[in-house]
Design a protein around this ligand. Structure first.
Ligand SMILES: Cc1cc2nc3c(=O)[nH]c(=O)nc-3n(C[C@H](O)[C@H](O)[C@H](O)COP(=O)(O)OP(=O)(O)OC[C@H]3O[C@@H](n4cnc5c(N)ncnc54)[C@H](O)[C@@H]3O)c2cc1C
Length: 445
């Protein structure tokens, strides 16, 4: 994929090459818009273990650039069941091989398949032109004050002392986003996500090790194990050769490692945390490596951003940098891809307006595109942050009006899942175009 010949209209700097950065880069390049991606890591790096993509995410991939979807299908592991199974994880439940099916939610054919995040990102990155990727570039500052687009672009400054310029900046730099800090201000509490008082042990178990100790079904499809103050998710990845395990616990303490979101842990610590759980969950924990990582779950629930666009109108944020949610819906990456589609659509419309020599200043056209993106994304993404907190608490019996009443939990879980999975991305694209058009027409009148 090369930069298109007419991509000189405006330049876009993308900060961060996670799922948000990679997919928005695809979306813009395939719409003939020039991008450069600045990533602080030395190369495409392994983080994040297993990840699932819900149907809304797949539909957004298809519209953004079908090659993204093809890559996902190449690395995704199909589930053997069309249902997401919610089972009792606590000790007092044991029936059969130790589990009671509490309820199940229909995923659809090939819905919510898992992959290793690193595989997905690696394959995506291979398809991006090398000329648009810059590694070892940690953004430390953005200068966009006194901005004029005639000669004075937005400037990005990096840790290594180098700098770059672009017409507009798209922050995809994750939960500890520098770009978010730039947009909201360092003193703003919304610049710093807060600890949700949950962390997760994450690991991947070779299937040959898991088989024999867990049922066939457990090794080949998606399960959520509910319990008191803890819950565990399992699903197969890497073409069914690995079982991805994410075991969450509630933590009354503060997260001790400050800025670092992961900390070393041991299987013994995980076993202590899940000692009151039933035999299936304790077996899953026992299958993990002796040395593990635990991941602090931070989110933007307490202080959500009230805007995703800078005052100057030249910088915006998407993905976790805009709306980091706890991962209990398994939807953060999918929402980043929806964001990428909305933003790419808005900037494509902006490009068309600029080509039509309409006389509106370029800076204003691009600003309108950013605000059209914000308009269609703010409410849904804020809802995800709220709902993710809620659902994590529901899974751990911490919502008093639901408790262990699974007849009440099912419709609640289902309603929230459907809000995520059944999202109409076509309508989002139409709304983005309508919003942008209205802003441009407002300038003409
Ligand atoms: C335990 C857990 C399980 C999850 N499971 C799922 C799931 O099943 N499905 C799902 O959809 N989501 C899931 N998520 C959420 C998902 O991982 C995130 O929402 C998604 O990866 C966010 O992508 P991003 O690109 O916005 O941010 P990131 O993946 O964090 O990427 C940010 C990138 O920016 C770079 N960067 C950071 N700072 C700078 C800087 N200053 N300069 C330059 N580069 C910088 C980083 O190195 C990184 O490459 C899960 C999250 C967790 C913690």
């Amino acid at each position: 994929m090369g930069d298109s010949a007419d991509s000189t209209d405006f330049s876009v700097a993308i900060v961060g090459l996670g799922i948000a950065g990679a997919t928005v880069a695809f979306g813009l390049l395939s719409r003939g818009i020039s991008v450069k991606v600045y990533e602080r890591a030395p190369g495409c790096h392994e983080i994040g273990a297993g990840i699932g993509m819900s149907p809304n995410a797949e539909r957004a991939m298809l519209q953004l650039d079908p090659r993204i979807h093809a890559v996902f299908r190449q690395v995704a592991t199909p589930n053997t069941e069309d249902w997401f199974q919610y089972v009792e994880g606590s000790e007092d439940s044991g029936v059969g091989d130790g589990e009671e099916l509490l309820f199940k939610v229909y995923l659809g054919n090939r819905g919510f398949e898992g992959c290793r995040r690193a595989d997905f990102l690696y394959e995506l990155t291979k398809l991006l032109p090398e000329s648009c990727l810059q590694f070892n570039k940690e953004l430390v500052e953005i200068l966009d004050d006194n901005l004029g687009f005639d000669g004075k672009k937005t400037q990005l400054r990096f840790r290594d002392g180098s700098s770059a310029e672009a017409d507009i900046v798209v922050g995809c730099d994750g939960i500890r986003s520098q770009v978010r800090r730039h947009i909201l201000g360092p003193e703003n509490p919304a610049s710093s996500p807060g600890y949700t008082h949950k962390f997760a042990f994450r690991g991947m178990v070779p299937i040959h090790k898991a088989k024999g100790r867990l049922s066939e079904d457990k090794c080949s499809t998606r399960y959520m194990h509910l319990g008191e103050n803890g819950h565990a998710l399992t699903f197969p990845v890497a073409m069914g050769t690995l079982l991805n395990v994410v075991a969450f616990v509630t933590d009354p303490e503060e997260w001790a490692d400050g800025e670092k979101l992961t900390a070393p842990a041991t299987k013994a610590e995980a076993a202590r945390c899940f000692s009151s759980f039933g035999p299936v969950v304790t077996t899953i924990i026992d299958l993990l490596d002796e040395k593990l990582d635990k991941w602090a779950i931070f989110d933007t629930y307490d202080h959500p951003a009230n805007t995703y666009v800078s005052k100057a109108g030249t910088t915006c944020i998407l993905g976790d940098s805009a709306h980091a949610a706890a991962p209990h819906h398994g939807a953060g990456a999918g929402f980043a891809i929806e964001d990428a589609l909305a933003l790419s659509t808005a900037l494509q419309e902006a490009k068309a307006v600029l080509k039509s020599s309409n006389g509106i200043e370029k800076r204003l056209v691009l600003e309108d595109a950013f605000f059209a993106y914000e308009e269609v994304r703010l409410e849904r993404t804020r809802w995800l942050v709220e709902s993710s907190r809620f659902i994590g608490e529901l899974y751990e019996r911490q919502v008093p009006e639901f408790g262990r009443d699974h007849d009440r939990c099912l419709p609640e879980v289902e309603k929230r899942c459907r809000t995520i999975w059944d999202y109409d991305v076509d309508e989002m694209v139409r709304n983005t175009k309508t919003s942008f058009k209205a802003k441009i027409e407002g300038r003409r009148s």
